[in-house]
Design a protein around this ligand. Structure first.
Ligand code: LLP
Length: 416
């Protein structure tokens, strides 16, 4: 459920007309709803109930500091994958003590930075990384809290590019090696084992793979306990899907309950969740202006001012994302359009064969663009990245300025 709706046939974000936001900040423009973000975060938090837990929002989904700050105010933790994301969390007022650090390629600098900030734990993805963390912690005179990311080898049944829990994927430590690696960790002078984690993929639409993965992890927790290695928290990762078209993922309550129900006899083993998409996707839209309509024998094209550099998901994953008219009061004649951007690539489309009533100069909105939208935007074709606006009730707040032309070559130099 989100707070984007038509009022008098005009699309609104909460109580603000999208057209009014565009008048002030132009297009293309990402618009987010505060009430939606908070509702989704609370949906996870309250569903866990009394079981000790921490919701660590996956920063990669949308890392704007205005958004991270909202979540920090709710008491959220954060799942990060780089020193850059840690900087954002700190700048936004997030508590480093609630940060878990995932990712397969942590550099020495990133590890030192995170240790100095006192993060909650490193989600370690390989034996070599463990050796590196131990070394850096030793140099700093610190003890590094670690969790091992175990690859449970379950099929998340999602797009191959965003499936991460199979043996064929680069992520995590194989289940068969996990005990040995935990033993190595236990013997290291500057490592403290605190947890176990997994993340099997993104945009999952069933609970079964999550529960399978959890069961495999719980088995391992017991196996470790039998050899004197105690796990203090279990991080089940993120990955809950959303509805873009006709997917029917479980709602956060159902998903969380399926996980928590497996923990009945372990009331003292806290859970960590790392949702990204389920919090942010439906809390954002990308608004764009129709520059030209081009009619052809085979295809009609709506050329809009947003492109694959602003929203990469359709081009990269052939992702289907809903496209709607912002103003439906005009009753325009409908036609089938490929909605495409100005970038010089055939793969530059936001949607294909969409039935829309459009005229040049109209606004369209891509729904459910709040996660992995701006976060994956680039400057390809030397295009300025869009503005981002956060709506709160009847107020709009600019949370990121549209890039300026001079930003495009900031930090570049001509030869003397
Ligand atoms: N935790 C870890 C370790 C992850 O790798 C991810 C996402 C998450 C949590 C959050 O997953 P979520 O709840 O958002 O599914 N760019 C792709 C999605 C890539 C997800 C990568 N990892 C897309 O646009 O669909």
């Amino acid at each position: 459920m989100d707070f984007f709706s038509y009022q008098n046939q005009r699309l609104h974000a909460e109580n603000v007309a999208v057209a009014d936001i565009v008048e002030q900040y132009g297009t293309p423009c990402y618009i987010y709803s505060r009430a939606t973000i908070e509702r989704h975060w609370h949906a996870f938090d309250t569903a866990v109930g009394d079981h000790p837990h921490l919701i660590c929002y996956a920063v990669k989904a949308n890392s704007n500091i205005g958004i991270l700050n909202l979540l920090a105010r709710l008491g959220s933790g954060f799942d990060i994958v780089s020193g850059g994301e840690l900087t954002r969390v700190l700048e936004a007022g997030g508590d480093p003590g609630k940060v878990v650090f995932s990712g397969v390629g942590k550099t020495e600098q990133e590890i030192a930075y995170a240790l100095n900030q006192g993060i909650k734990c490193f989600n370690v993805e390989s034996p070599s990384e463990l050796v590196r963390i131990n070394k850096v912690a030793g140099e700093l005179g610190k003890i590094a809290p670690v969790s091992l990311r175990v690859n449970p080898d379950v099929d998340a049944k999602t797009h191959p590019y965003i499936s991460t829990g199979l043996k064929a994927n680069k992520f995590g430590i194989e289940r068969e090696q996990a005990v040995a690696v935990y033993r190595e960790a236990a013997a290291m002078a500057n490592i403290k084992i605190v947890g176990m984690d997994c993340h099997i993929g993104s945009q999952l639409t069933e609970t079964a793979p999550f529960v399978d993965a959890l069961d495999r992890l719980l088995e391992l927790v017991d196996e470790l306990s039998a050899i004197g290695i105690e796990i203090e928290h279990l991080d089940v990762g993120g990955g809950l899907g959303v509805t873009y078209k006709d997917e029917t993922p479980p709602d956060p309550h159902t998903y969380v309950q399926a996980v928590v129900s497996r923990m009945q006899d372990r009331p003292n083993l806290p859970l960590i969740f790392e949702p990204g998409r389920a919090i942010m996707a439906n809390a954002g839209i990308l608004v764009s202006k129709v520059e030209f309509l081009k009619r052809g024998a085979q295809k009609n094209f709506a050329l809009v001012d947003a492109a694959m550099n602003d929203l990469l998901r359709p081009a990269l994953y052939s992702a289907w994302m809903d496209i709607v008219e912002v103003d439906r009061s005009q009753d325009r004649e409908k036609a089938l359009y490929d909605v495409v951007g100005p970038v010089c690539e055939t793969g530059d489309f936001l949607g294909k064969d969409r039935e829309l009533g459009l005229a040049e100069g109209d606004l369209i909105a891509v729904r459910s663009a709040g996660a992995y939208g701006f976060a994956m935007a680039s400057n390809y074709n030397s295009r300025c990245r869009p503005a981002e606006v956060l709506v709160d009730g009847d107020k709009m707040h600019l949370i990121r300025e549209r890039e300026k032309l001079a930003d495009l070559y900031k930090g570049e130099y001509k030869l003397p």
